[in-house]
Design a protein around this ligand. Structure first.
Ligand code: GLP
Length: 243
């Protein structure tokens, strides 16, 4: 694991954008794996800025997103499709038909998940996967459990994740209880992985991810086994890691 320590979240976002920019410039046909949540917002803003200055071209980029709430359609402003459209896609020249987010409106979970897994294969696999880190160590929506999940699947969200995501909804009852997410196996197949983490609230879990045992009870700990992982984290998030 390559660990890059930054002073704050602004620097974290800029450095993450540097790596994604390099990926896009070196391979304009890249398949980017993208994430939602609070962590990537600053990185997406940086990418939009670089597109506006003419430094980035997304016209031949494909994207696949980690996860989506089951039951929410893309025009629901809490869906991850909506998040991606409004925080990135609508502000750059990516072709929307080349952007893929699991379809939360497909009721048949097996079909929704196998369609999505196949889509990732058809586009050639993920060149660079961006990840945030959940407070319980989840990546995508792969919650702590007794085993690592393999492919895209439907999950029951834990109460801690529902609580953490309530801030985006009017009330906690509005947070969907299930989601479709890439599996740990899907994520591990990405050629490169970039994790962004900020804030003291994630210091304990980040230390477990980097220095603790590899266990499905801390899903992101599996990243220790990936051959090309970069973690960009601010000093607060890295405060419990001995570098
Ligand atoms: C959500 C998403 C994850 C994300 C996590 C952390 O549950 N499904 O992909 O990484 O939250 O979010 P945040 O960056 O807001 O802390």
């Amino acid at each position: 694991m390559r660990i890059i320590k930054t002073n704050d979240v602004t620097e974290m976002s800029r450095k993450a954008a540097n790596i994604i920019s390099a990926q896009i410039i070196l391979n304009p046909k890249s398949v980017l794996g993208l994430a939602t949540g609070g962590s990537p917002i600053g990185t997406y803003k940086e990418l939009i800025q670089r597109y506006k200055t003419g430094d980035l071209d997304f016209s031949t980029i494909t994207s696949v997103n980690l996860d989506e709430y089951k039951g929410l359609s893309g025009d629901n402003n809490q869906s991850y499709r909506y998040f991606m459209n409004h925080n990135l896609f609508h502000h750059v020249n990516i072709h929307l038909e080349n952007t893929f987010v699991p379809n939360g409106t497909i009721e048949d979970a097996t079909k929704a998940c196998s369609d999505f897994e196949r889509k990732i294969e058809v586009v050639g696999g993920i060149d660079l996967q961006l990840l945030g880190l959940g407070h319980n160590g989840h990546i995508g929506f792969n919650e702590p459990s007794d085993s690592f999940s393999k492919e895209t699947h439907c999950v029951e969200l834990t109460q801690s994740t529902i609580d953490a995501n309530t801030r985006f909804f009017e009330k906690s009852e509005d947070v969907p209880k299930q989601a479709y997410t890439m599996g740990i196996g899907t994520i591990m197949k990405a050629r490169k992985i970039l994790v962004i983490v900020s804030g003291e609230a994630k210091a304990d879990i980040l230390a477990q991810v980097i220095q603790g045992p590899i266990t499905p009870h801390v899903p992101a700990s599996i990243l220790q086994l990936h051959h090309d992982v970069t973690i960009i984290a601010d000093a607060a998030a890295l405060s419990k890691v001995t570098l």
